[in-house]
Design a protein around this ligand. Structure first.
Ligand SMILES: Cc1cc2nc3c(=O)[nH]c(=O)nc-3n(C[C@H](O)[C@H](O)[C@H](O)COP(=O)(O)OP(=O)(O)OC[C@H]3O[C@@H](n4cnc5c(N)ncnc54)[C@H](O)[C@@H]3O)c2cc1C
Length: 380
């Protein structure tokens, strides 16, 4: 997006986050609900649904370098809203990259306004991820018949379509998986909500069952057999988004701890005067700064059109570990009151934990990094 227009958009969005969303956070936390009737029109008004959709399709067409600060700021305010918007935008980016021209023309303008939303359906309760999935789609004439299960799928309380990653040809290895858009009202598709989350409250997550679910063949994203490549390329970018979320939560925790340490007085002195507390503040600052530098590098490379499997997994891993360290240290800085819902650090501490899981655990990230480095990947 043109830099001047972007600065105006960013200012408007940041103002919305702090002036309208932030005061509503206690209510969202209490009810565990981001009320669509209240918030979705506001997300539309401030352009949050279409941030990564090119302008020709009605979005803002942000670069990574432009998008990341918005995600960071959102994560400072509320993890649940971050999850909801992040999944919508990641999937919209996936359709921009992997959709056929007619799919882009049909779907992207509606996704850009939030008229429709697409969820990302990869994870299964009884399988691993990637090639280790069990859901199948068998071609029958002009349709696929889908059978299987997915779980932990975000935004399923409102998403119109789920991109279901499943085997269309078990014998074709990595070319045997396809992503198929299933409309939520399709017969044979049922949806059940998960129980409440530890953190990032208000975002919804579903258990999906497909029993002889008949879907038109033209709902395949891109072409049959593109699914694994499509999902992996989406996950790569999305890992950088999770790192941005970690940065936002960590920055807020550091701000909260700095502020608290100056105000809290024990034995006649602000705790910020104590060497032990200063060590805490310094360690948190180092993590925040390191993560910011890693993200800058990753965004620059994505904007140059470079695949970054190692950098993306490194950002996700370092970011998730850093935000857990920072929120933990911030809670220690705040002391006992930080363990109660009266203090913002309690929510940040819970929200941070999701970053360890989203878009793959840290074990999986380390596997990706080691595999690429052993195959000769160069960190330039
Ligand atoms: C709130 C939330 C939202 C989510 N949203 C989505 C979504 O929208 N779409 C979606 O598809 N998924 C989503 N997920 C799923 C998420 O991506 C997975 O939970 C995560 O990737 C871990 O997979 P798993 O839960 O199957 O754990 P498992 O794969 O069962 O892992 C359990 C443990 O075993 C280890 N492990 C597993 N396999 C290996 C291996 N090969 N080698 C070594 N160790 C291994 C893991 O590191 C972990 O420690 C979401 C999850 C949560 C909690």
């Amino acid at each position: 997006m043109d830099p001047e227009k972007f600065e105006a958009l960013k200012a408007d969005i940041f103002d919305f986050f702090w002036r309208e969303l932030d005061p509503a956070v206690p209510e969202i936390e209490k009810t565990g609900r981001i009320a669509p009737e209240v918030w979705f029109p506001k997300f539309r008004e401030h352009g949050l649904w279409g941030l990564l959709i090119p302008e020709e399709y009605g979005g803002s067409g942000l670069t990574m370098t432009q998008y990341i600060p918005i995600l960071v700021e959102m994560s400072k305010v509320h993890g649940g809203v971050r999850v909801l918007i992040h999944v919508h935008n990641s999937m919209s980016k996936g359709i921009v990259r992997g959709g056929r021209d007619e799919q882009k023309k049909e779907l992207l303008p509606k996704i850009a306004t939030g008229e429709i939303s697409v969820a990302f359906g990869l994870t299964e309760a009884k399988s691993g991820t990637g090639r280790d999935i069990k859901t199948t789609a068998v071609r029958q004439g002009d349709h696929y018949v889908i059978n299987g299960e997915k779980h932990l799928i975000t935004n399923t309380d409102f998403a119109d379509y789920i991109a279901v990653y499943c085997y269309t040809d078990k014998n074709a290895g990595s070319r045997g998986i396809s992503g198929i858009l299933v409309h939520r009202d399709t017969p044979g598709f049922t949806l059940e909500p998960h129980k409440a989350l530890l953190g990032c409250r208000g975002s919804s997550h579903g258990i999906l069952t497909f029993k002889d679910c008949l879907v038109p063949a033209d709902m395949v994203i891109g072409r049959e057999g593109d699914g694994l490549e499509h999902a992996l390329s989406m996950l790569e970018t999305s890992r950088v988004f999770i790192a941005a979320s970690s940065l936002g939560t960590a920055e807020r925790a550091l701000e909260v701890a700095l502020d608290f340490s100056k105000k809290r007085v024990t034995f006649g002195k602000a705790i910020a005067e104590r060497e032990g507390v200063r060590q805490y503040l310094a360690d948190m600052t180092i993590d925040v700064y390191a993560l910011r530098c890693m993200l800058d590098d990753a965004c620059r490379k994505i904007d140059q059109g470079r695949p970054i499997p190692v950098e993306a997994s490194a950002c996700k891993t370092f970011g998730a570990e850093a935000v857990c360290r920072v929120t933990e240290t911030a809670l220690q800085t705040v002391g006992g009151i930080g363990y109660t819902a009266a203090h913002p650090i309690e929510m940040l501490h819970r929200d941070a934990r999701l970053n360890l899981l989203e878009e793959g655990t840290l074990t999986i990230q380390r596997m990706v990094i080691a595999r690429a480095m052993l195959a000769g990947y160069e960190l330039t």
